[in-house]
Design a protein around this ligand. Sequence first.
Ligand SMILES: [Zn+2]
Length: 518
Amino acid sequence: MSYAIYLRKSREDREAEARGEGETLARHKAALLDIAKNRILDIGAIYEEIVSGETIAARPQMQRLLEEVEAGRWEGVLVMEVERLARGNGIDQGIVSQAFSVSGTKIITPYKTYDPSNEMDEDYFEFGLFMSRREYQTIKRRLIAGRIASVKEGKYMGKNNPFGYQRVKLQGEKGWTLEPIPEQAEIVRNLYKWYLEGSVLSVQKRALAAGYRTQNGLAWEQSNTLALLRNPIYCGYVTWGKKKNEKQIKNGRIVNKRKVDQDYLKVKGRHEPIIEEAIWDAVQKKLNETASVPIAREKKMRNPYQGLLYCACGHKMQLTNSTRARKGEAPRPYYGLFCPSISCKMVSSRMHTVDAAVMRSMREWIANYMAESQNIINTAEEQLQEIQQNIAVIKKEIEKIDSQFKRVFELVEQGIYTTDQFVQRRDELQGRKKVSAEHLRSLEEQQNAVQSAIDMKEIIVPQMERVIDAFPVATVEERHELLKSILYRIEYKRVPETGQNLRDANLCLTLFPKIPKE
Ligand SMILES: [Zn+2]
């Protein structure tokens, strides 16, 4: 299998280029190709991000790459730093982290090769991304402060043309404002007028009859009609922080809730209004008095494996339901789980087949775990004691070094040590302290590993046994909760052997239990 190269400029790169330090991507490309040459890696594609999007959604090349990574197309991806892959919100990091770890795709940087199939390496991976997130937050705060200042000056900060207007560059200063597009402005005025004469629905109907379309050629649906009627841009204002989507998890689904931000900023803009303020206010009043449109009712949960069951190819397994009737029998609902990937050859399963396989896999997991961990568990207490003793010794050593440090400072203050002697002695002590601190860290890691082996047996095994007992009599929601309490992922594999009937393919599940904390 071959490797892909992913290139993207960071903010610092752009700044460096502005200082005349040369084109970054070309330099990075050469560096990564060099690595490929030295290690004899076959490069199958080079993805160069032209735009500088903060989210994956805004980075087309990244989307392509991720799709291929998920599909297991690449052995590895060469990138200057892990941070070039994901930066921004935690969900994006999760998507990238998951795509690479699920498909076992390596990440190769000039400094280190990350192999997500190696558990220790995944730690490094997540650590790298986390660092960049903090750094990114700082940069983002600075950017936001700049944007707020621009809004206060009445400038338009949006990236797109709101319907009815086009963005125009301000003369003789930085920033943008808006200019009405006469034909679209006419439509905006009509939609506002029609709403005062009727309802949101009547506006949609009249717009459809008149052949009105949005800039993207779409019909005026409820959501974009409402957005247009609520937008203060049409009566000459610019805003900041109006829309604040709050994500909430409901029944395992993410639901967006709109809230008005406390830092909401509304300023008279530099642009010409399309709607008179009195009309705009009247529309708002009417909108607020009209009961909000009910959102589609939450459907009952039908899939206990929602968010848990993944095909071995990396895709989330999806629920199918249909009604099937045998001759002479009443139709019965049929539930099944299938992999949505078109290229995937995995055979789908009925719900009850998966249920049975999950129960069987949990029993097998316990049996395997008990067998494998017997030795570790037997000696765990002893090991723990030994490690703890070593930790105590090393802590004393560190204390000793610290007190020697103090002594060195006293000696130099009293004039007994010369500056040179001081520097030499300080460096020596610092070196010793570094070695001891590293030793301490590795002991603490060992301690955690042994502790989690003990916890596994004392916590997760009995917990899994309880789930096995409760599962057969539980409702779909309860099953979902039960499984989520002990597993973070179930991998699905059902491949027919050559010459075998599809129906006879063996279903094989791999369980990924949650490691108990504390
Ligand atoms: Zn699949």
